[in-house]
Design a protein around this ligand. Structure first.
Ligand SMILES: Cc1cc2nc3c(=O)[nH]c(=O)nc-3n(C[C@H](O)[C@H](O)[C@H](O)COP(=O)(O)OP(=O)(O)OC[C@H]3O[C@@H](n4cnc5c(N)ncnc54)[C@H](O)[C@@H]3O)c2cc1C
Length: 414
């Protein structure tokens, strides 16, 4: 097979993972990104209100996210994630102040569910075995499969589903939660250590990839939006990036790693998920720096997960479409109220903060929307798709994005 050029459109994690894999295989790759920065929905920036560098949103990974780990190893950033030495998920229920820590054990046999000290307060082992229903969920929702009105649902299954699927549990696709369990909790403690970027998302997932691509002479052009594709027969023959059309040669391939709405605008007849869900993040300056990175799951309040890095505490609220309609000041008050209780901050007044509303954080991960996810191949022989919304079999996460980028790269290499 002749080695044609690859044009990757979109420098989010999916596009970068695709470009890096191709570059490492010695293929000539050029990336075009519409924004003035790479990273897409996974990026860091300096925030003036906090006078700190923050992430657009907290991103939690698990040590079992093997594609994400492979990507980080490829770009020389394997050590850039940090987390507790063991698989431990501390939680607080704001309704009654109960705290507990979920501690999966080593090995595949999940005996941790038999130990009241390792499972969620107020639950029984049988509550976790219900999770096996997810393996044959069909078109059911998470709530349809697992909601029995008990503590395990409210304190474990529902927070897990909302965090992983960014969709309320009563509409989230149960079938998408199963691979998360299978690839993490199902493989024991070594696969479910929680991990977050030590410095920032860009420092972990974006900047090292850009450095590798530069080193391999693979250009990444920012502020270059793909406006249209020219089709001839079963092939894409040109890219309209403004100015003169860029012709796509007989052996060249194009990977569209753009969000679903952008892909649908560019590719005639493409079916994509057309619903989305919001994530709201609140970032707050703490009175003092904390030496260790930490995180906490919260139920019964507005905040769902808290992450402490240095002197900034960041709260995540997923499936937050209703909350995103509220003014930032009201959101900040509600989240700070939870933080003060969770971190025992007494009467600490609302400090410098930033509320970030990502209204289209992910596609709506319902059974109906999941059925609209296309695979990597299109009706055109040299046009491939990547992105967290393509049919990876995984939720819309970094792990899914990386895997989609790798799949497109492998399919393009033939
Ligand atoms: C607030 C928030 C919190 C999250 N939390 C987590 C988490 O805890 N764990 C986790 O694993 N995942 C999390 N995610 C999901 C994760 O960020 C995404 O799955 C991932 O970043 C998607 O990457 P992508 O490359 O598929 O898409 P994108 O990041 O959307 O990249 C697409 C790129 O294409 C560009 N583009 C669009 N149109 C064009 C065009 N016409 N021409 C050229 N370029 C174009 C865009 O500018 C963008 O850079 C979170 C997401 C958000 C928003």
């Amino acid at each position: 097979m002749t080695a044609g050029r690859f044009f990757v459109i979109g420098a989010g994690v999916a596009g970068l993972a695709c470009a890096v894999r191709l570059a490492l295989a010695g293929r000539p790759v050029t990336v075009f990104e519409a924004a003035g920065h790479a990273g897409g929905r996974c990026r860091s920036f300096h925030d003036a209100a906090l006078d700190r560098r923050i992430d657009n949103g907290n991103h939690l990974l698990l040590s079992g996210n093997r594609s994400a780990q492979a990507y980080l190893a490829d770009i020389g950033a394997a050590d850039s994630l940090a987390g507790p030495g063991e698989a431990a998920f501390p939680f607080l229920d704001l309704v009654d102040g109960t705290r507990w820590t979920v501690r999966p054990n080593h090995g595949r046999l999940p005996w941790w569910i038999l130990s009241p000290h390792r499972r969620v307060a107020g639950t029984r082992a049988a509550d976790y075995l219900r999770g096996l229903r997810l393996a044959r969920a069909g078109d059911a929702t998470v709530a349809g499969c697992l909601d029995d009105g008990g503590a395990a649902y409210r304190r474990f299954w529902e927070p897990l589903a909302v965090a992983a699927l960014n969709t309320a549990a009563d509409e989230a696709a149960a079938a998408l939660l199963w691979p998360v369990l299978r690839e993490t909790f199902g493989r024991g403690a070594a696969a479910c250590r929680p991990l977050i970027a030590r410095e920032g998302l860009s420092e972990s997932f974006v900047d090292p990839a850009l450095a590798l691509l530069a080193e391999r002479q693979c250009p990444v052009h920012l502020n270059r939006r793909l406006r249209a594709l020219t089709f001839d027969g079963d092939r894409v023959t040109a890219l309209d990036l403004g100015g003169d059309p860029l012709s796509v040669g007989a052996d060249d391939r194009v990977v569209l790693a753009v969000p679903p709405a952008a892909a649908a605008d560019l590719v005639p007849g493409l079916t994509v998920p057309d619903g989305s869900r919001a994530i709201v993040n609140g970032h707050f300056r703490l009175p003092a720096r904390r030496e260790s990175l930490s995180f906490l799951g919260v139920v019964g309040g507005t905040a769902q997960w808290l992450f402490v890095r240095g002197d900034v505490v960041s709260a995540t609220v997923s499936a937050a479409d209703a909350l995103a309609e509220a003014p930032a000041s009201a959101i900040a008050e509600a989240i700070w109220h939870d933080i003060v209780r969770a971190l025992d901050l007494g009467n600490a007044p609302l400090p410098a903060h930033r509320i970030v509303k990502e209204r289209r954080a992910t596609f709506a991960q319902t059974p109906a929307q999941s059925a609209r996810r296309p695979g990597p191949r299109t009706a055109w022989s040299n046009l491939l798709l990547a992105g967290d919304w393509t049919d990876t079999g995984l939720p819309a996460t970094i792990e899914g994005s990386v895997r989609s980028g790798h799949t497109a790269a492998d399919a393009g290499r033939g």
